[in-house]
Ligand binder design. Structure first.
Ligand SMILES: NC(=O)c1ccc[n+]([C@@H]2O[C@H](COP(=O)([O-])OP(=O)(O)OC[C@H]3O[C@@H](n4cnc5c(N)ncnc54)[C@H](OP(=O)(O)O)[C@@H]3O)[C@@H](O)[C@H]2O)c1
Length: 248
């Protein structure tokens, strides 16, 4: 398979590095400002060799990037986050141009496996009212937002399954937590890699499920596997579609 990479930042470089180890050819790198990228813009020449295009650029660029890629009839994987106000426009573009498209805020296979584990375990905990539930996450001091999108997603999985929990609370509490609230706490320091913990706590014991990201490699690998899965497909897909097939 041949790919084109849009956005030659930290993730673009990681995709390129990992692609080489997987026998995937990087046919083009597109970035308007990076002088080592072969192409400054998305055009017919840049995408001529690519089976699938992978975008890890910036939120404001995504809608226009999808417009250009879809007009050239190429399938596209979008890992860039924060563009979701344009989701409906992008869906229309994908439909009209009949390309294959997949996006996810988190392409890590490990995190998606973790989601599955939390899904199953919280269904079990729903049946044992002695257990309370908590979530906490830690990241390096350069992370711009909190809580992480992954922590929110974990909270949503638990709310869906543990019927006695009705609401997520992210803030510092200056009161007792209510039984129907699920506390999702965050901390930031140093170089801490993305760390997410889901815990089930009873008077007798605590069970903790923990995912620790070691590097960007997990995201890059997931995006490359998603690109392989998407090759030759048409339609609008999310990570759930890909992961369901992956774990089949
Ligand atoms: N889905 C996932 O699993 C996942 C995982 C990690 C990161 N992400 C997301 O992926 C995105 C990229 O992350 P990163 O860490 O690689 O960021 P980064 O290092 O800042 O890289 C982004 C690159 O895109 C370039 N760029 C800007 N405008 C562009 C355009 N119109 N077309 C093509 N490239 C353009 C930037 O150039 P300039 O520096 O000159 O602006 C920069 O080189 C972020 O949105 C991040 O949240 C997603």
């Amino acid at each position: 398979m041949k790919i084109a990479i849009i956005g030659y930042g930290k993730m673009g470089h990681e995709i390129e590095r990992l692609a080489k180890t997987k026998g995937i050819e990087v046919a083009a790198v597109i970035d308007p400002t990076d002088s080592s990228a072969a192409f400054k813009e998305i055009n017919k020449e840049a995408l001529s060799q690519a089976d699938v295009v992978i975008d890890f650029s910036v939120p404001d660029a995504v809608a226009e990037n999808v417009r250009r890629v879809s007009s050239l009839g190429k399938n596209m994987v979008v890992g860039t986050t924060g563009w979701y106000n344009s989701l409906n426009d992008v869906k229309d573009l994908v439909k009209k141009s009949n390309i294959g498209f997949i996006y996810s805020p988190n392409f890590s296979i490990g995190v998606n496996l973790f989601f599955r584990i939390v899904d199953e375990s919280s269904k079990l905990v729903n049946k044992i009212s002695d257990y309370d539930v908590f979530v906490y996450e830690g990241h390096h001091n350069q992370k711009a937002d909190s809580p992480s999108g992954t922590a929110r997603a974990l909270g949503d999985i638990i709310l869906r399954n543990v019927k006695r929990k009705k609401r997520l609370v992210f803030d510092k509490l200056d009161r007792k937590i209510l039984p129907e609230e699920l506390h999702v706490a965050s901390f930031r320091a140093g170089f801490i890699p993305g760390t997410h913990v889901v815990g089930f706590d009873s008077e007798a014991d605590t069970i903790e499920l923990k995912h620790t990201a070691r590097s960007r490699a997990g995201f890059a690998l997931g995006a490359l596997l998603a690109a392989q899965w998407l090759k030759g497909k048409t339609g609008f897909f999310t990570m759930d579609d890909f992961i369901s097939d992956f774990f089949k």
